[in-house]
Write a protein that binds this ligand. Structure first.
Ligand code: GLN
Length: 305
């Protein structure tokens, strides 16, 4: 298959959509991003890569960080994880408080904010004060790349305007589902959201998820088969919040989005993909990015369905 030609076609076909959607504006540091950025990268098992657009331009990975922290926690906590976080779609926005109260502080899944905050808390119980550097270390290891860091301005903006996230952590603390100091946990969570990566780097970073937990290039194992299956199934059912059904309907791949406009997606046993375009739809997922992935699976027939 001529992947490069397909990517070039997609880049042309998505152009009319740049007028739609809205860049994330919940924090000032993200509002400033140029709305017409676009990049899409494919990473194959044999090391081959294909990209269009600004493949090396770093952007805020935001909720895509939830994939990495969940992947870190799974081998440590195993089934214990499900005592504190469920594995069902929430059908609610990523930062919703309502359901959390009804369900006694147990988040629906690890890919909404509340669930990711519990995961961060679980990691802090293990790494005690070193959690954020461990998260960065993990991402560098799965990416086979040392050039990854976080954006301090975005992290500061997250903590200055993170009122809802702070409400979520306090609500869960009141239900005893947070063990560590809430300020400490949120500091780590805000920093992990502020990690900057390019589509090229992110597509490489999630390659092991397309290969049952083993990086097909370095041969390092990060998850066992069952853990990799669980993580991918949660990306399919929960990776796009209350638009996860729509993403499966349009794209048909396990995927995870972030409000920075990035989306990672997995083609099992073949490749990993990352697309970036900052304008979001009304559910907080990249509008152009979703369309680009939809075109990709339609043109290549690589949807899992
Ligand atoms: N930093 C964002 C938040 O916590 C992450 C959410 C997202 O990417 N959907 O609100």
């Amino acid at each position: 298959m001529n992947y490069q030609k397909i990517l070039e076609e997609i880049k042309k076909e998505i152009k009319p959509l740049f007028k739609d959607g809205k860049v994330a504006d919940y924090i000032p540091a993200l509002k400033r991003v140029k709305p017409t950025h676009f990049a899409m990268s494919l990473q194959l098992f044999n090391g081959a890569t294909y990209s269009v657009g600004e493949e090396n331009c770093k952007f805020s990975i935001q909720s895509i960080s939830k994939v990495f922290t969940y992947a870190m926690a799974l081998p440590i906590y195993k089934k214990e994880i499900y005592k504190r976080i469920n594995h069902e779609p929430s059908g609610n926005p990523f930062n919703s408080l309502v359901q959390l109260e009804y369900e006694n502080g147990i988040p629906r899944n690890p890919f909404i904010n509340a669930g990711a905050i519990v995961i961060t808390d679980m990691l802090e119980s293990v790494y005690k004060g070193k959690t954020f550097s461990k998260i960065l270390e993990y991402i560098k290891e799965v990416s086979d790349n040392n050039e990854i860091d976080y954006d301090k301005e975005v992290a500061l903006s997250e903590s200055q305007f993170g009122f809802r996230n702070i409400a979520l952590v306090n609500m869960m603390k009141s239900f005893t589902n947070i063990s560590n100091d809430t300020t400490k946990v949120m500091d780590i969570y805000f920093k992990q959201c502020s990690i900057s990566m390019s589509t090229k780097e992110l597509s490489r970073a999630v390659l092991y998820l397309a290969n049952h937990g083993v990086d097909p290039i370095t041969k390092k194992r990060f998850l066992n088969e069952s853990q990799a299956k669980r993580l991918n199934s949660l990306m399919l059912t929960c990776g796009h919040y209350d638009a996860s059904g729509d993403f499966a309907f349009r794209v048909g791949l396990p995927g995870k989005s972030g409000v920075g406009g990035g989306i990672v997606a997995i083609v099992p046993n073949l490749m990993s993909i990352c697309v970036w375009s900052p304008k979001l739809n009304d559910k907080g997922n990249s509008l152009v990015g979703t369309k680009a992935l939809e075109l990709f699976t339609t043109k290549t027939r690589l949807s899992i369905f």
